[in-house]
Ligand binder design. Structure first.
Ligand SMILES: Nc1ncnc2c1ncn2[C@@H]1O[C@H](COP(=O)(O)OP(=O)(O)OP(=O)(O)O)[C@@H](O)[C@H]1O
Ligand SMILES: [Mg+2]
Length: 249
C-alpha cells in the first residue's frame, strides 16, 4: 500500500501503546497500528474493551503507560506541551457522539472555531457548511437543528482546518439508521475530499461498512475483522457497487 512507501508519512502510528487502569486492569497491551494518509478505518469491539481509551491516548486527552503516538511523523511524547498542543490543534479533528456543538454560537461560528484557533482566515467556514448541506444556514443556532444536522455541523467543524487525522467516537450513535447512513456517507466523502485520515469507533456494522477497513479491538490489540465481507443484514444496501469494491480491499 502507498503508505508503506518510505516517502509517504503515515497520518498516525501507534507503537507499543500500553495502558492499564488501577492494578491489573489492562486495557491496551503493546498496541501497534498504522494509518495511511486519507485512509478511513472503523474500529469495533465490545463495550469496555478500550476503544475510547485508545482515541483519548491518540488525542492526548489521556497518557499512555508506555509506547509512542506519532501524528503525521511527529512523536507527540517528544514535544513540549506547547508544541504538542499546536500539533493537535493543526492536525486533529474530532467528531463525538453527543455532537459537542456550542449552543450559544451560530453554526458559522461553531465551524470557524478551528480556523480561529489556528489563526487561519475564517471565510472557509461557510464553504464547509455548504459542503455538508447546510449552505445558507450559517446564522442559525444549534437549537434550530435536528440531530443529523447537528452532526453535520460537527463534521464540518472537524474538517474545516484540513487536519491530517479525524477521530470520531460513535459519531452516529445518537442518530436513526437513515440519518446515520446519510451523515456517514457525507462524513466519508468529505474526509476523502479534504485528504483526512479517519478513525471511526462504532458499534454498528452498517456504519463500519463505509470504512476502507474494519479493525476489532480485543485483548488490548487491534485485529483485522473477519466480518468485513459478511454483512448479512446491511441496512445500507443502497450503496453503490463501487463502494463495495472499495470495501473489499
Ligand atoms: N479514567 C478511568 N479510570 C479507570 N478506569 C477507566 C477510566 N477510563 C476508562 N476506564 C476503564 O477502561 C475500560 C475501557 O474503557 P473505554 O471507555 O475505553 O471502553 P470502550 O471500548 O470505549 O467502551 P464503550 O463501547 O462502552 O464506549 C473500561 O473497563 C473502563 O471502565
Ligand atoms: Mg467508548
Amino acid at each position: 500500500m502507498a503508505f508503506r512507501d518510505e516517502a509517504v508519512v503515515p497520518a498516525l502510528e501507534c507503537r507499543g501503546l500500553s495502558k492499564q487502569y488501577g492494578a491489573g486492569r489492562v486495557v491496551l497491551a503493546r498496541l501497534d497500528f498504522t494509518l495511511g494518509p486519507g485512509e478511513f478505518v472503523a474500529i469495533m469491539g465490545d463495550s469496555g474493551v478500550g476503544k475510547s481509551t485508545l482515541l483519548n491516548l491518540i488525542a492526548g486527552l489521556d497518557s499512555a503507560d508506555s509506547g509512542d503516538v506519532i501524528i503525521d511523523g511527529s512523536p507527540v511524547a517528544q514535544l513540549d506541551d506547547n508544541a504538542a498542543t499546536r500539533l493537535r490543534r493543526q492536525k486533529l479533528g474530532f467528531v463525538f457522539q453527543a455532537f459537542h456543538v456550542l449552543p450559544h454560537l451560530t453554526l458559522a461560528q461553531n465551524v470557524a472555531l478551528p480556523l480561529l484557533l489556528n489563526e487561519l482566515p475564517t471565510a472557509g467556514a461557510l464553504d464547509m457548511l455548504a459542503a455538508v448541506g447546510l449552505g445558507g444556514r450559517g446564522d442559525d443556532f444549534p437549537r434550530q437543528l435536528s440531530g443529523g444536522e447537528l452532526q453535520r455541523v460537527a463534521i464540518a467543524r472537524a474538517l474545516v482546518h484540513r487536519p491530517k487525522l479525524i477521530l470520531a467516537d460513535e459519531p452516529t450513535g445518537n442518530l436513526d439508521p437513515d440519518t446515520a447512513h446519510e451523515v456517514l456517507s457525507l462524513f466519508r466523502t468529505q474526509s476523502k475530499a479534504t485528504g483526512a485520515a479517519t478513525i471511526m469507533v462504532t458499534h454498528s456494522e452498517a456504519a463500519a461498512a463505509v470504512a476502507d477497513r474494519i479493525l476489532i479491538l480485543s485483548d488490548g490489540g487491534l485485529h483485522a475483522s473477519p466480518a468485513k465481507h459478511a454483512l448479512s443484514a446491511d441496512p445500507f444496501s443502497r450503496d453503490t457497487p463501487a463502494r463495495s469494491a472499495d470495501n473489499a480491499r
